[in-house]
Design a protein around this ligand. Structure first.
Ligand SMILES: [Zn+2]
Length: 133
Protein backbone atom coordinates (compact mmCIF):
# COMPACT_ATOMS: atom_id res chain seq x y z
CA UNK A 1 0.00 0.00 0.00
CA UNK A 2 1.10 3.52 -0.73
CA UNK A 3 1.13 5.86 2.28
CA UNK A 4 0.19 9.52 2.11
CA UNK A 5 0.30 11.86 5.08
CA UNK A 6 -2.20 14.63 4.47
CA UNK A 7 -3.55 17.63 6.40
CA UNK A 8 -7.15 16.81 5.69
CA UNK A 9 -8.67 13.60 4.36
CA UNK A 10 -9.23 14.04 0.61
CA UNK A 11 -12.66 13.95 -0.99
CA UNK A 12 -13.83 10.48 -2.03
CA UNK A 13 -13.41 11.21 -5.75
CA UNK A 14 -9.69 11.88 -5.30
CA UNK A 15 -8.93 8.85 -3.11
CA UNK A 16 -6.82 6.42 -5.16
CA UNK A 17 -6.98 2.64 -4.90
CA UNK A 18 -4.13 1.12 -2.89
CA UNK A 19 -3.32 4.30 -0.99
CA UNK A 20 -3.74 4.89 2.73
CA UNK A 21 -4.32 8.57 3.56
CA UNK A 22 -3.38 9.60 7.09
CA UNK A 23 -4.30 12.87 8.77
CA UNK A 24 -2.42 13.14 12.06
CA UNK A 25 -4.09 16.51 12.63
CA UNK A 26 -7.56 14.96 12.65
CA UNK A 27 -6.54 11.46 13.90
CA UNK A 28 -8.14 9.95 10.84
CA UNK A 29 -7.19 7.62 8.03
CA UNK A 30 -9.04 6.57 4.92
CA UNK A 31 -8.51 4.17 2.03
CA UNK A 32 -10.56 2.28 -0.51
CA UNK A 33 -11.38 -1.26 0.60
CA UNK A 34 -8.34 -3.40 -0.26
CA UNK A 35 -10.49 -6.01 -2.06
CA UNK A 36 -10.99 -3.60 -4.94
CA UNK A 37 -14.74 -3.05 -4.39
CA UNK A 38 -14.01 0.67 -4.19
CA UNK A 39 -15.82 1.36 -0.91
CA UNK A 40 -14.28 4.08 1.23
CA UNK A 41 -13.05 2.81 4.60
CA UNK A 42 -12.49 5.68 7.04
CA UNK A 43 -10.72 4.56 10.23
CA UNK A 44 -10.39 6.90 13.22
CA UNK A 45 -7.16 6.79 15.23
CA UNK A 46 -7.74 6.72 19.00
CA UNK A 47 -7.13 4.38 21.95
CA UNK A 48 -10.67 3.02 21.48
CA UNK A 49 -10.43 2.69 17.68
CA UNK A 50 -7.30 2.01 15.65
CA UNK A 51 -3.71 2.64 16.58
CA UNK A 52 -1.18 3.62 13.98
CA UNK A 53 2.49 2.65 14.00
CA UNK A 54 4.89 4.44 11.65
CA UNK A 55 8.56 3.46 11.46
CA UNK A 56 9.57 6.25 9.10
CA UNK A 57 8.84 4.13 6.06
CA UNK A 58 5.92 1.81 6.66
CA UNK A 59 2.64 2.01 8.51
CA UNK A 60 0.77 -0.63 10.52
CA UNK A 61 -2.78 -0.34 11.77
CA UNK A 62 -4.18 -2.25 14.71
CA UNK A 63 -6.57 -4.02 15.09
CA UNK A 64 -7.50 -5.56 11.74
CA UNK A 65 -9.83 -3.86 9.28
CA UNK A 66 -13.07 -5.87 9.32
CA UNK A 67 -15.50 -4.69 6.67
CA UNK A 68 -18.31 -6.94 7.88
CA UNK A 69 -20.88 -4.25 7.10
CA UNK A 70 -19.83 -4.14 3.43
CA UNK A 71 -21.10 -6.52 0.75
CA UNK A 72 -17.54 -7.86 0.24
CA UNK A 73 -17.09 -8.68 3.99
CA UNK A 74 -13.35 -8.30 3.51
CA UNK A 75 -11.07 -8.60 6.50
CA UNK A 76 -7.38 -7.75 6.54
CA UNK A 77 -4.48 -6.31 8.47
CA UNK A 78 -2.48 -3.39 7.22
CA UNK A 79 0.98 -4.34 8.45
CA UNK A 80 4.20 -2.66 7.31
CA UNK A 81 2.10 -1.02 4.55
CA UNK A 82 1.14 -4.48 3.25
CA UNK A 83 -2.34 -5.91 3.12
CA UNK A 84 -2.45 -9.25 4.96
CA UNK A 85 -5.68 -11.05 4.18
CA UNK A 86 -7.79 -12.74 6.82
CA UNK A 87 -10.84 -14.95 6.22
CA UNK A 88 -13.93 -12.94 5.26
CA UNK A 89 -16.06 -11.65 8.13
CA UNK A 90 -19.04 -13.88 8.90
CA UNK A 91 -22.35 -12.42 10.10
CA UNK A 92 -21.60 -13.76 13.58
CA UNK A 93 -18.20 -12.04 13.65
CA UNK A 94 -19.76 -8.79 12.47
CA UNK A 95 -22.28 -8.99 15.33
CA UNK A 96 -19.50 -9.70 17.83
CA UNK A 97 -17.65 -6.64 16.53
CA UNK A 98 -20.77 -4.46 16.83
CA UNK A 99 -21.33 -5.72 20.39
CA UNK A 100 -17.68 -5.10 21.29
CA UNK A 101 -17.92 -1.55 19.92
CA UNK A 102 -21.07 -0.98 22.01
CA UNK A 103 -19.32 -2.34 25.11
CA UNK A 104 -16.41 0.09 24.60
CA UNK A 105 -18.88 2.96 24.23
CA UNK A 106 -20.72 1.93 27.41
CA UNK A 107 -17.38 1.55 29.20
CA UNK A 108 -16.62 5.17 28.39
CA UNK A 109 -19.84 6.36 30.02
CA UNK A 110 -19.53 4.43 33.30
CA UNK A 111 -19.69 6.69 36.37
CA UNK A 112 -16.15 7.69 37.39
CA UNK A 113 -14.74 7.63 33.85
CA UNK A 114 -13.98 11.06 32.33
CA UNK A 115 -17.06 10.93 30.11
CA UNK A 116 -19.11 9.44 32.96
CA UNK A 117 -18.09 12.38 35.21
CA UNK A 118 -19.09 14.83 32.48
CA UNK A 119 -22.45 13.08 32.14
CA UNK A 120 -22.88 13.28 35.95
CA UNK A 121 -22.03 17.00 35.97
CA UNK A 122 -24.52 17.66 33.18
CA UNK A 123 -27.18 15.63 34.97
CA UNK A 124 -26.60 17.59 38.23
CA UNK A 125 -26.64 20.87 36.34
CA UNK A 126 -29.93 20.03 34.62
CA UNK A 127 -31.45 18.87 37.94
CA UNK A 128 -30.35 22.12 39.65
CA UNK A 129 -32.09 24.14 36.92
CA UNK A 130 -35.26 22.03 37.24
CA UNK A 131 -35.25 22.52 41.06
CA UNK A 132 -34.86 26.24 40.54
CA UNK A 133 -38.20 26.50 38.78
ZN1 LIG B 1 -14.33 -4.60 -0.42
Amino acid sequence: MQIKFVDTIPRADSVKDGCLYISVKYNMTTHRCACGCGTMVPLPISPADWTLAYDGEHVSLNPSVGNGALACRSHYFIHDSQVIWLPKMSEAQTQIQIDADKAVLEQQTIPGSPLGRLVDRLRNFIQSIIKHF
